[in-house]
Write a protein that binds this ligand. Structure first.
Ligand code: ADP
Ligand code: ZN
Ligand code: ZN
Length: 855
């Protein structure tokens, strides 16, 4: 290239700007719909001057639907052959979504083969993406803010809302007003209406009326002299109520000590002085008090941190310091590093040191954990060090709390240095990320299963980091083989920590044969005598016990002992699970329930029996056998809200419970000091299912659960694994904590059979009401795919649960070489999909989606 003269370049640029300002008449908008691509709308002249990517815009779609979309980019022309509608209104002055976020969305839609609108739906809290389908309700506790009154239109719309939450579309219909989203949005900002999701949450007012001293009562230096104080009391001579109220105010505001205009919430004051608002009003009339509305953040930002000073980081041990330096070094030439540290080796301490470095450079840190339960424990720990400058983000917060965190990060007000969150936190509008830490990176819960985008938070985090020029630290005691392999290949940095902190040993692992126990008649329910003895020992010594039961394959089911009949879900191809607490049989796939059947419908037997052992049964059995066991249970049945996690964790932490029984959830990084015994109820149920990952997963689960034992000096901890085949090579690797040899065996196997990390998998799912039709389509589809991808196509076949909610399911698997470009793969896949859609009318009616990198 010859290189253009400097002025030419400049003129070129000016010219470009000129075009940009003059003729960007159209906006390509992402709508929260499961449809491919973006939608083009025309901008009015006024809108053209403010429109830019990342702004929210309300547009009409279809006859009566309105959506809040996001402007992806501006364009000077619209696609031909469409009736281009106008943008109804632009909702922001400043973008709600930043540039790197939009890039992440586009990457995600492409890599995970889903609609951009699906990504948008997952990314934005509901409050930011109102649409005709959103249900809203009136906030009964709303009080008009005198500084921010409602307009005529707002009042009119508000008056249309009744007692019950209602779809925005219906309001549009009743009122005859075509577009009320902007009005509703303003009403929402003023907190007069709520998105439905929030109506279930306890309302916390955001503006409160507060009482302060009228400045006229003070001397010019802002103090209250004894003379002035006397004068005030003189004004209240005749009313004891007023004097009491004033005394309470002095007390609560701590005005005398601090001598600054301090405020007290009016409600609290009235409560403390045991009076109503008339007394406050009287003092306002006398010019002693002033009332004003004050904004309070709904999420109490570091309540404890405001009381306690932030404490410094602990000093790292020599071993940890070495690891820390290795990480810093590896970041010089690698973007991703894997910290492979045994449980309790101090990974979290190292994360905090690294985070502090990044923050002191003025950048932000995202710390990801796989499970909400973990944010609870970690939050307390991080709060002590990072105080108010940390934000927490996950789905158990109400929508308005999530909107608030979003806005806080967007405007950096109050400032945020560190975000702790689950996978969805990658969608937040970060300003300048310097580091993303993915803790317990091997956890399958980083992958979103349903609905689209079916993304893996860990992998998306790497993409996000790339967009910010940030580094990624993956941490785990049992890295997933994909990450470990990248480290072996030197694509990622690799740092190993093989000692637990303070010289605590790894727990001693013991295999106990269920087969033997059964033969010798030493099995009580699912408890072997050895396990019961260890539990008794621990509890007697005032230690605690964790019992782990895999849900899969061990849900309790009802069975006819005579003919073997099992009650099935009428809509799904699975057996129903028994729930003792509600005395119901339930389908875990669709929620169908039925009472305990009075008799077997096949043979008429009235003595139906309970088979299998869920956590509920394990808990009940233990209470019967070991009376000193005070049990608590953690599984998806009992942990539906943030509060219940906290309650269970708290119960166990404060020793009100001494046995914690749970599913996968108890394996995830929980840190309890009192636990010295861990029991794995049945290792077979972990290993025996047909999936190429099952052995890796079994190793990880057992090693992780074991890691909950003996995390303090003096107690090494014991782990008992009940299994039917103690000679299994995998179990040998587990009891010797031999990750490396497990990885070696498994990687060899994966290579031989062409599974990840040596290939990339994409599964195509098809669902339909009629099995024959679906099967036929699936075979035709696979045939067409084979024309393009050849031997890389496997199937079709049916998944283990082949029918859910009356829909039959077929799947086709694509195994691509690692080196193949995801973009090309996508193009070929879409081409075949379009061909199917064109030539087969039935195909258009089947539900259909892709799952890239399935777990
Ligand atoms: P991991 O994240 O690897 O499981 P943690 O960081 O949770 O390990 O450390 C385990 C326990 O040891 C924690 O209670 C932690 O506070 C403590 N610990 C780790 N490193 C240190 C250190 N350098 N100084 C003091 N305590 C430490
Ligand atoms: Zn029967
Ligand atoms: Zn069902």
């Amino acid at each position: 290239m010859g290189g253009l003269p400097f002025f030419n370049v400049k003129i070129g640029r000016c010219f470009e700007n000129f075009i940009y300002l003059r003729s960007m008449e159209f906006a390509e908008i992402i709508l929260p719909l499961p449809l491919p691509g973006t939608f083009t709308y025309r901008l009015t002249a006024d809108q053209q001057s403010i429109a830019r990517p990342g702004l929210r815009a309300v547009v009409q779609f279809g006859l009566r639907h309105y959506y809040t979309g996001i402007i992806l980019r501006l364009a000077d022309q619209a696609p031909e052959g469409f009736d281009i509608k106008d943008v109804t209104s632009i909702e922001d002055v400043e973008p709600s979504v930043r540039g790197p976020q939009l890039k992440l969305w586009e990457w995600m839609a492409e890599y995970y083969l889903c609609a951009l609108g699906d990504v948008m739906k997952a990314a934005l809290p509901s409050g930011l993406k109102l649409e005709s389908e959103t249900t809203i309700g009136r906030n009964r506790d709303y009080e008009e803010d005198p500084d921010n009154r409602l307009t005529e239109t707002e009042l009119e719309v508000l008056s249309m809302l009744g007692d019950k939450p209602i779809r925005i579309g219906s309001i549009e219909k009743f009122s005859g007003k075509s577009n009320i989203l902007p009005v509703l949005k303003r009403l929402m900002a003023k907190e007069a209406v709520w998105v439905d999701e929030d109506l279930e949450h306890k309302y916390k007012p955001k503006v409160r009326s507060c009482v302060s001293l009228n400045p006229k009562m003070l001397s010019p230096d802002g103090k209250l002299s004894s003379q002035q104080l006397n004068a005030i009391f003189a004004m209240m001579q005749r009313s004891k109520k007023q004097r009491d109220l004033f005394m309470k105010w002095l007390d609560m505001s701590r005005f005398i000590q601090k001598a600054q205009p301090n405020i007290v919430p009016q409600i609290d004051l009235q409560h403390a002085a045991d009076c109503d608002s008339t007394v406050v009003k009287a003092l306002v009339r006398k010019g002693i008090f002033e009332t004003k509305t004050v904004k309070i953040p709904r999420i109490e930002i570091g309540e404890s941190a405001t009381l306690q000073p932030v404490i410094p980081l602990v000093e790292l041990t020599e071993v940890q310091k070495v690891a820390y330096r290795q990480i810093c070094n590896s970041f010089r030439d690698k973007d991703v590093s894997l910290l492979h540290g045994v449980t309790s080796s101090g990974k979290t301490e190292i994360y905090m040191h690294l985070a502090m470095d990044v923050i002191s450079r003025g950048q932000q840190v995202l710390m990801m954990v796989p499970e909400i339960a973990l944010t609870t424990q970690l939050c307390t720990r991080l709060r002590k060090v990072f105080g108010k400058r940390m934000a927490v983000y996950h789905s158990k917060f109400s929508d308005s709390e999530r909107v608030e965190t979003w806005q806080r990060i967007l405007h950096n007000e109050p400032e945020v240095d560190l975000v702790l969150g689950v996978r969805s936190s990658i969608f937040l509008p970060f300003r300048q990320l310097g580091l993303i830490i993915v803790d317990e990176e091997h956890e399958p819960s980083y992958k979103q299963q349903d609905p689209a985008p079916r993304y893996n938070g860990r992998d998306a985090a790497m993409m996000l980091a790339g967009l910010h020029g940030a580094k990624v630290l993956l941490g785990s005691a049992t890295p997933c083989l994909e990450s470990y392999y990248q480290a072996l290949e030197k694509k990622y940095g690799y740092i190993k920590l093989s000692e637990r902190h303070a010289g605590v040993g790894l727990p001693a692992m013991r295999l106990i044969s269920l087969t033997e126990a059964r033969k010798n008649n030493q099995l009580h329910g699912l408890y072997t005598r050895e396990l019961l003895n260890e539990i008794r020992h621990s509890l007697m010594d005032n230690h605690q016990v964790i019992l782990f039961q895999n849900r899969r394959g061990f849900a309790p089911v009802v069975e006819c002992p005579d003919c073997g009949w099992l009650p099935q879900c009428p809509r799904c191809a699975v057996s129903l699970t028994y729930h003792r607490s509600r005395n119901l049989l339930e389908c875990h796939y669709c929620g169908y329930t039925m009472p305990w059947p009075p008799k077997c419908p096949i043979c008429g037997n009235v003595k139906l029996q309970l088979q299998g052992y869920g956590t509920e049964r394990i808990e009940e059995d233990l209470r019967g056998i070991v009376p000193i066991a005070k049990t608590t249970r953690m599984d998806t049945d009992v942990t539906t809200s943030k509060k219940s996690y906290e309650r269970i964790l708290d119960e166990f932490e404060t020793q009100r419970a001494n046995v914690l029984i749970g599913t996968q959830m108890v394996s995830k990084g929980l840190d309890f000091s009192g636990v010295d015994t861990v029991g794995i109820m049945n290792a077979d149920s972990l290993m025996n299912f047909p999936d190429f990952r099952s052995e890796e997963r079994a190793f990880q689960l057992m090693e992780q659960v074991a890691g909950r034992a003996g995390r303090r000096v003096g107690d090494e901890g014991k782990v008992l694994i009940q299994c039917s085949n103690p000679a299994s090579p995998l179990l040998h690797q587990v009891v010797t904590h031999d990750y490396e040899s497990m990885a070696k065996t498994q990687l060899q196997d994966r290579k031989l059979h062409g599974y990840p990390p040596f290939t990339r998998l994409i599964v195509i799912y098809m669902k339909g009401r009629y099995e024959d039709k679906l099967q036929q389509l699936a075979y035709e589809y696979a045939g067409k795919l084979r024309h393009v991808f050849g031997e890389r196509i496997i199937g079709p076949d049916t998944p283990p649960v082949a029918r859910v909610r009356n829909m039959f399911i077929y799947r086709i698997m694509l195994k691509m070489e690692r080196a193949a470009s995801p973009k090309m793969t996508r193009q070929y896949l879409l081409a075949v999909q379009q061909e199917m859609q064109r030539s087969k009318t039935d195909f258009a009616r089947t539900v259909f989606y892709y799952d890239a990198d399935p777990l």
